[in-house]
Write a protein that binds this ligand. Sequence first.
Ligand code: GYE
Length: 335
Amino acid sequence: MIKKILVVGMSILAFTFASYAARESHCADASKGGKQNGAGALTVVGFSQVGSESDWRLANTQSMKTTFSEKNGYKLILKDAQQKQSKQIAAIRDFITQQVDYIVLAPVTEAGWDNVLQEAKDAGIPLIIVDRMINTSNNELFTCWVGSDFRRGGEVAVRWMEKNLGNDKELLIAHLQGSMGSSAQIGRTEALEEAMSKNPAWKVVARDSGDFTQAKGKEVMARILKQHPRIDVLYCENDNMAFGAMEAMDELGRTYGVKGDTKIISFDATRAGLTAALEGKINYNVECNPLQGPRVEEIIRHLKKGERPEKLSYVDETSFDATVITRDDLDKRKY
Ligand code: GYE
């Protein structure tokens, strides 16, 4: 009997040790995985990007590419999900199979990540979230997050509307939303909704998603304009949709901006967005900084040293009023 217990006990111990060893060697394995990828001593980073829907997104991708270059000691495996969560889930699974050293995820939506994040965690691969946030009951499923406070950005925009357009007279608002279910859309929409509940004279007469793209922004706005001869404000959740909306307004001879009938509020404040503000076409543009590559790299450097970086870090951001912006603001713009 005692002998039997001893044998069972020994095999449990051996099994535990074997799985522990397999787990512990993961980090070493991960860099070996890199070597198999032909990456030499490079740190392998798998980045699942939302897509290429906007100028903001292109600048974000570029920032990651420049930061995680071979000359900086990295091999970046970039996968564009074309705004589809299913593609992002497949990309993460592929990164796990390839045993990358780190996974970076820019999640298209907030919901639906728990299973695949658990898989990455079980594989022992640190996962850093950038830009939008996820909705999870277990914050341990990701290592860190770096991005913008979208709700705050929206609040900055509605404060400007209150101050400059007033909250006592009727304001007919068209609301172009970003990709539904993304943190950027949720935060910016929530801020407007909260302001609506406080300002009964404001009326959202049309609301639809332009999916953060110029083409869809134009299409949706053209439809809205046909139904509404008067729009006082276009609250537009990114610059590219605003450009599309401006095209639609131009085609119908509707005026906008500082001197026009429809005041435009936009988000991102990319170089093209700031140019439109400087030209008086976008009245107010709230900045959203896409240059997150260096921040992610800093997190990875901390992790490599065994340090615990901040769980959540917000990017500092500002905003631009068309009547105040200068040429210098535009010249300083890096994206
Ligand atoms: O505002 C939009 C992009 O998530 C902050 O996504 C990002 C948003 C950005 O497509 O232009």
